[in-house]
Write a protein that binds this ligand. Sequence first.
Ligand code: PMP
Length: 441
Amino acid sequence: MTNYENPMTDDDLIDRRRRVLRGARLYYDVPFHPVRAERYWIYDRAGRRFLDAYNNVPHVGHCHPHVVAALNRQAATLNTNTRYLFDSIADYAERLVGTMPPGLDAVMLTCTGSEANDLAWRLATTFTGNDGAITTHNAYHGNTTLLDSIDGSTIKVGRAPPDWWSTVPAPPDAAAERASAPNSPGAYAEAFDQAIATLHAAGHQPAALFLEPLFCTDGVRVAPRGFTSPAVERARGAGALLIADEVQAGLGRCGTHMWSFERLGLQPDIVVLGKPMGNGHPLGAVIARHDIVDAFYAKDRYFNTFAGNPVSCAVGCAVLDVMEREELRANAQRIGSMLKTALQSLAREHPLIGDVRGQGLLLGVELVEDRDTRAPAGKAARWVINELCRRGVLVGLTGPDRRSRNILKIRPPMVFDETAIELLTTTLDQTLAACASAMAA
Ligand code: PMP
């Protein structure tokens, strides 16, 4: 049991982890050791307070009292599996469907985003009878054997990609890549024709197009509304279903909409949810057209011991309660655009910033060696996130360049406010100035 009064040193803990957890990675050069958290504050064991501008899992705020109370109450009353009758699974499924556009009316619950994407794939292959997958070049959709084999976000040593997987570029970001091709919806759709032709040449028809509508691991891209629609129609025309992966960008994070596929103007066949749904409790979901789900159950079965249990459903409902009561989607829109403006003014001061992009509370700050060539400043980006942590602010790193991730990922709990913006931007300003000196030295 954790002993907060007399904790072991971090070096002891790192050593014990290495022995039993082997290659499991820790974030930051000096690993961060938090012991408690609330809202967007996270405290280390010395009682020092850090600003959490990174973690999207505690979506409605770390340890939100309403969510914790719902979890405690249900855990103290009953926790069992989905083959018995209880109210909250129907309540939760109805409430999820109520957040979706008409037509997305059937729910299957999972414990993780990976399980949900894997299950979405089973639905798509059963419904279409096809076996080909299309993703964007650098997309990550999860950790199952299937999803790992179509993971474009990490380098796989000594392993060839399967011939039933084909990739397309993420759409150009509206601001960042004005000049780069494909820069029109028509040209973008042609990239999909190529991916489909590649699958055909290998003897496969596409079953699914997985799209993550804010393209996080592709570097955070805000494509104009409608930009991806002709491309999606090409994939559909070739037989694919559209799976919108809302694991990162969903549940109001983009600010303008509850789901980020809506801001792209897309109507998916299947939507995948995860991470933020349970505010830290493992909860995910597939929401699909009922004809797709019925076709699946006619041929196959799905059972998941833990998913959709009464505790999970109570937690899921409590998260939705907080979203509504505290109007957190609207907060993401208001605070997200204030934060983006503040970051853009930092970009005017610091040549290291090549671009600020994203929407709502999912923002990327791209660091570049040179604004013209846009060569990724991966070394500086790593320096900056480590130094930010040392100065008490947590942000992450992403980017399509797998060897040199250079985009600061700012994706805080949805309760972020003006105080948090001030602290984040002041600290980032100082850190970027220090970085310029450190890199020049
Ligand atoms: N899809 C996306 C877009 C993700 O970001 C992630 C997790 N990073 C997953 C799927 C997988 O979710 P999980 O880790 O809960 O399995």
